[in-house]
Design a protein around this ligand. Structure first.
Ligand SMILES: Cc1cc2nc3c(=O)[nH]c(=O)nc-3n(C[C@H](O)[C@H](O)[C@H](O)COP(=O)(O)OP(=O)(O)OC[C@H]3O[C@@H](n4cnc5c(N)ncnc54)[C@H](O)[C@@H]3O)c2cc1C
Length: 480
């Protein structure tokens, strides 16, 4: 897979490699700087592993002041910067370029303040998603957005991509649970945006930062909303004879005004893969599975489930299985949340992330199968159905260039289809390099020019994550 272009590395910067590395060494402790070729290799890609570039240097600062000093140095020396969290981006958002300094926040991993009175936590940007919930769980609280990568991914990366997860149907994605950030701008200036209070006045800069994919600054701290844990939660499995019928059932549940905490979808390929890995007790005689989770008191859960079961029955549901214990519930979620890893055991894959209006779910599922079949490939669908956020995992062999090209072409067709039915290119994984060249399928040049003007207001020299999000020719015209 070699179709996606990167910016040509600036020869002047590459020639100054040793000088720049020495300059950085003045700014951070020795154990916060990586310059040896073999130690740089782990930073050459993210979870979009088909593309890789070894960066000029990696800085792993421990404080906002160190980030500011490095940003100022890079700005003054014309060195591009690529921000990095845990490097789990599926869209290539954290893949560096050869003339860039990677600033990784993995050492900034302290929880700074837990404020139950204001239901907020202030954390350094490198804290992992799951750690926030772990920290406050004993007190009856949690942090809602739950990407399946939550054991590894950082709050910084979640903010960069406006990440979601299975339980975002009810609680919203990162932007709905973020209260404030501390961010270092391209020239080293430090700004505080938002805070513990809801809805700051003025232009919503926080909304702008969330999902900006490392193009506006380096987030070093985040203040996030904490929620009280529900009284109880119960995932229920619904098995159907076809993906299309399961998709129609999802639209009807939402159309009835019912909002469970989660509605997740798996097709037969995904059920087989996940069950073999997690032994979650999924029914094996169905073609599609919904995991619907309800929460609240027993009475509330019973009442909501009654309505959902009635809708599922109208769609000839074949199996209904309620979890009977906390262990069973955990096992059901383990199967779903390990879907990408489990798929990686059987094949290489690229994961699409288009979102469609719910009424189009069945149609897009059927068309996705046709597209993938046309290229002679296989697909496993496992996704956040309640949000219409589809994740076809297109299976291929990374060592077969022809097959890799087909997988990429099939993925692009599926994403275009999502846009054509009124959806969008990305629900939660971001644009990165993966979908950058499709942005003109969703937006006009005028739309993108306006977005790039906003970007340029933060980064006039176009030095922050410069190869991402915008088609390269447009971006280069804008960057001058
Ligand atoms: C197995 C697996 C399952 C996944 N499941 C989900 C899922 O359910 N939901 C979901 O939304 N995503 C999912 N993802 C994708 C990924 O985990 C998310 O995009 C995650 O938020 C990335 O976090 P990270 O710390 O790894 O960030 P990175 O991958 O390092 O970076 C992500 C983006 O944020 C930018 N960035 C990083 N740090 C900063 C910073 N300090 N300041 C400014 N910008 C920064 C980067 O430049 C990049 O553009 C999954 C990935 C994998 C591998």
């Amino acid at each position: 897979m070699n179709q996606i272009q990167f910016l040509e590395p600036k020869a002047g910067i590459i020639a100054r490699r040793a000088e720049i590395q020495a300059g950085l060494a003045e700014l951070v402790p020795a154990d916060c700087l990586v310059t040896e070729e073999r130690e740089l290799v782990p930073f050459e890609t993210d979870a979009f592993t088909a593309y890789r570039r070894v960066p000029l240097a990696v800085v792993l600062p421990e404080t906002t002041e160190q980030v500011a000093a490095v940003m100022k140095y890079c700005s003054q020396n014309g060195v591009p910067v690529v921000p990095r969290g845990a490097g789990t981006s599926l869209a290539g958002g954290a893949i560096p370029q050869e003339d860039a300094v990677v600033i990784g926040v993995s050492k900034m991993a302290r929880i700074l303040e837990v404020d139950f009175e204001n239901r907020a936590a202030r954390v350094q940007a490198g804290v992992t998603n799951l750690r926030i919930s772990d920290e406050v769980s004993a007190d009856g609280f949690f942090y809602a957005p739950d990407p399946s990568s939550q054991l590894a991914c950082t709050i910084a990366g979640n903010i960069g991509m406006n990440s979601g997860g299975a339980h975002c149907l009810k609680y919203g994605v990162t932007t709905n649970n973020l209260l404030g950030v501390k961010m270092v701008l391209h020239d080293g200036t430090v700004v505080d945006i938002g805070g513990k209070a809801l809805d700051a006045s003025g232009i919503d800069l926080l909304g702008l930062v969330c999902g900006s994919e490392g193009q506006l600054g380096i987030v070093t701290e985040a203040t996030v909303r904490l929620l009280a844990k529900p009284e109880g939660a119960r995932p229920v499995l619904f098995g159907f004879d076809s993906s299309e019928v399961a998709g129609a059932c999802v639209s009807d549940i939402i159309a009835a005004g019912i909002i469970p905490v989660a509605i997740e979808f798996m097709d037969k390929e995904a059920i087989d893969i996940c069950e073999a890995f997690a032994h979650a007790g999924y029914p094996m005689d169905v073609q599609a599975l919904l995991i619907v989770e309800v929460e609240g008191s027993d009475d509330e859960m019973d009442a909501m489930l009654k309505k959902i079961i009635a809708i599922a029955k109208a769609h000839n549901v074949k199996r209904v299985k309620e979890s009977q214990s906390a262990m069973e519930a955990a096992s059901i979620w383990k199967g779903r949340k390990s879907a990408f890893g489990a798929t990686g055991r059987v094949a290489d894959y690229i994961c699409m992330d288009g979102t469609v209006p719910l009424g189009q779910l069945s149609h897009v599922l059927a068309e996705t199968s046709k597209i993938v079949e046309k290229y002679g490939l296989r697909v496993a669908n496992v996704f956040h159905a309640g949000d219409g956020n589809m994740h076809p995992l297109i299976l291929y062999n990374v060592n077969d260039p022809a097959e890799a090209e087909k997988a990429e072409a099939a993925g692009m067709e599926i994403l275009k289809l999502c846009v054509d039915v009124g959806g969008c290119l990305t629900g939660e994984h971001g644009v990165g390099i993966e979908k950058r060249d499709l942005m003109l399928h969703q937006f006009t040049e005028t739309d993108l020019n306006q977005q790039m003007r906003v970007r340029a207001a933060f980064d006039p020299g176009w030095m922050l994550n410069p190869s991402k999000v915008f088609p390269l020719d447009l971006a280069m015209r804008k960057a001058g």
